[in-house]
Ligand binder design. Structure first.
Ligand SMILES: Nc1nc2c(c(=O)[nH]1)N[C@H]1C(S)=C(S)[C@@H](COP(=O)(O)O)O[C@H]1N2
Ligand SMILES: [Mo]
Length: 259
């Protein structure tokens, strides 16, 4: 990282040298005055642009997924996979509007959390209109609202050895609970949110109520629905069959499903 900043520092140093050598601004003193000189300003902004460019080139996984407008919303946001988690436990939560639903934030964190939906809704929110792409060959555009996952993880305090975030879900497919995971680049991405609203309404059960992951740079199966636990881990080896997700463990779905 410091290697990236260095060229900009050199440019600034050279800019100062240019001014001094030209002797064009004998009365100016202090950084602010020198920075006001048009030639220097131009060189400084070149340095800034170069700096941003090299940073983006190195970390293009930080780039934002395309965002759409309300005019682009799909008339119906279809549901896929589990549409209603089986069992009386989930039904009881649904009957009370998920008033007692908790999201445990555990693992390699300094402060384990147990968040209610009220806690989730009280956090700063992000709303985004994005396109969901399922590997089964359909897409839909929806507007999602919820806190950024980065804020939840900051509240819990990620430990230095945390490398992955695991999302545990309330629904079982066959004999196993659905789960997913991602690395910290995706976990801390600004568009990675824990969504509780779709198209300005509380998330429907079919779409993952009360809380589902939106991880916009990845395919549909990564967007865990019915989330009740978020766990920071150093390795995925000991979770499920070790491939980082319900489908990854069973069929040839890639763990990194970047789009
Ligand atoms: N818990 C859970 N999350 C899940 C699934 C699921 O079956 N259970 N299906 C995945 C798949 S394959 C897709 S395409 C999306 C579908 O989200 P939707 O039902 O809101 O369309 O959820 C993903 N997350
Ligand atoms: Mo999917």
């Amino acid at each position: 990282m410091s290697g990236l900043i260095l060229p900009r520092r050199r440019l600034i140093a050279r800019a100062g040298g240019l001014v001094a050598a030209a002797g064009a601004l004998p009365l100016l003193s202090g950084c602010d005055a020198i920075n006001e000189a048009p030639a220097v300003r131009k060189i400084l902004s070149m340095g800034e642009a170069m700096h941003q460019h090299s940073q983006r080139a190195l970390t293009d996984r930080d780039a934002l997924a395309r965002e759409f407008t309300r005019a682009d919303l799909s008339p119906v946001f279809r549901s896929n996979g589990t549409k209603l988690p089986a069992g009386g436990d989930y039904a009881a939560h649904a009957a009370t509007g998920f008033a007692d639903w908790r999201i445990q934030v555990t693992g390699l964190v300094a402060r384990p959390l147990s968040l209610s939906m009220a806690d989730i809704r009280a956090m700063p929110q992000r709303t985004q209109i994005t396109r969901h792409d399922c590997v089964e060959g359909w897409s839909a555009i929806g507007q999602w609202t919820g806190p950024q996952l980065s804020r939840i993880l900051a509240a819990a305090g990620l430990r230095d050895n945390a490398r992955y975030i695991v999302f545990r879900c309330a629904d079982r497919i066959g004999d196993a609970l659905y789960y997913e995971s991602c690395d910290l680049v995706d976990a801390l991405h600004p568009q990675t949110i824990m969504a509780w609203a779709l198209n300005d309404a509380v998330l429907p059960i079919a779409n993952g109520a009360p809380l589902r992951l939106r991880i916009e740079r990845q395919l549909g199966y990564k967007h865990a629905k019915y989330v009740n636990a978020i766990e920071a881990v150093a390795s995925l080896d000991a979770i499920g069959a070790g491939k980082g997700g319900y489908w990854e463990d069973r069929i040839d779905y890639e763990w990194y499903a970047g789009i």
